[in-house]
Design a binder for this molecule. Structure first.
Ligand code: 13P
Length: 255
């Protein structure tokens, strides 16, 4: 049986006040969460501690959207894994395409962060995915394989079991355009094969691969029904309590 992960990436939205309001609504809207579905929200740094407090009596986990791979030091403006751990986070998103594109995040940095997150018992949600131009050029399979391989470099077969991969085709992020269920399945199977070639088939079976890119209540079910889609990383629709809850319900229905 699959255990889905439905994760909301709030991006640069919701300071503490808006976060409190959204979480209250989410608590009202969220269906009963079974053991087959994990639910996660990733608000901005300034809203993390209060999110942990607000959600302590629920089955909704809290994660961050980024961190610095050093533990502390002269890195003005940065936040470390130790700090996230202390704030009560259990997950962290790593290498989102927006961070790769706007903040120069590299495959090497993603690898360093993935290792550090594991060390601090934070579940790394490692994002990979191609641009439209790369898909048109037909290099998307090689690119994603290289991103996954680089992210997992030097990670043991025991540790990798805790890693979550999120396939987010850049052309589908915030555009309203979604990968078709077939396109998603094809790439997810490719990612699983890549993990199998790096480790083994048992490991590949266990690792969760999320789809991200305009997942909404209207398309969640058909995407989540694909064999190799183990959940969703949701941007826009996670900022609406009803929509996010409907996506959780879709996962509950299928699981
Ligand atoms: P949208 O759901 O808004 O397309 O964003 C997807 C995403 O980037 C999640 O990390």
């Amino acid at each position: 049986m699959r255990r889905f992960l439905i994760a909301g990436n709030w991006k640069m939205n919701c300071g503490p006040n808006e976060t409190a309001a959204l979480l209250e609504e989410l608590k009202k809207e969220t269906p009963v969460i079974s053991e087959n579905v994990d639910v996660l929200v990733c608000p901005p740094f300034v809203s993390l501690s209060m999110s942990v407090n607000h959600l302590h009596d629920t089955d909704i986990a809290v994660g961050a959207q980024n961190f610095h791979f050093e533990d502390n030091g002269a890195y003005t403006g940065e936040i470390s894994a130790t700090m996230l751990e202390e704030s009560g986070c259990n997950y962290v998103i790593i290498g989102h395409s927006e961070r790769r594109e706007y903040f120069g995040e590299t495959d090497e940095g993603v690898n360093a962060k993935t290792k550090k997150a594991l060390l601090h018992k934070l579940v790394p949600v490692v994002c990979v995915g191609e641009s439209l131009a790369q898909r048109k050029d037909g290099v998307h399979f090689d690119l994603v394989k290289n991103q996954v391989t680089a992210a997992l470099e030097g990670i043991s077969s025991d540790d990798v079991l805790d890693v979550v991969i999120a396939y987010e085709p850049i052309w589908a992020i915030g555009t309203g355009e979604t990968a078709s269920p077939e396109q998603a399945q094809e790439m997810h199977a490719h990612i699983r094969n890549t993990i199998e070639s790096l480790y083994d088939s048992e490991t590949a079976d266990v690792i969760r691969i999320l789809y991200g890119g305009s997942m909404k209540p209207g398309n969640a079910e058909e995407l989540l029904q694909q064999n190799d889609v183990d959940g969703g990383l949701i941007g826009g629709a996670s900022l609406d309590a009803k929509s996010f809850s409907q996506i959780i319900s879709a996962a509950e229905k299928i699981s």
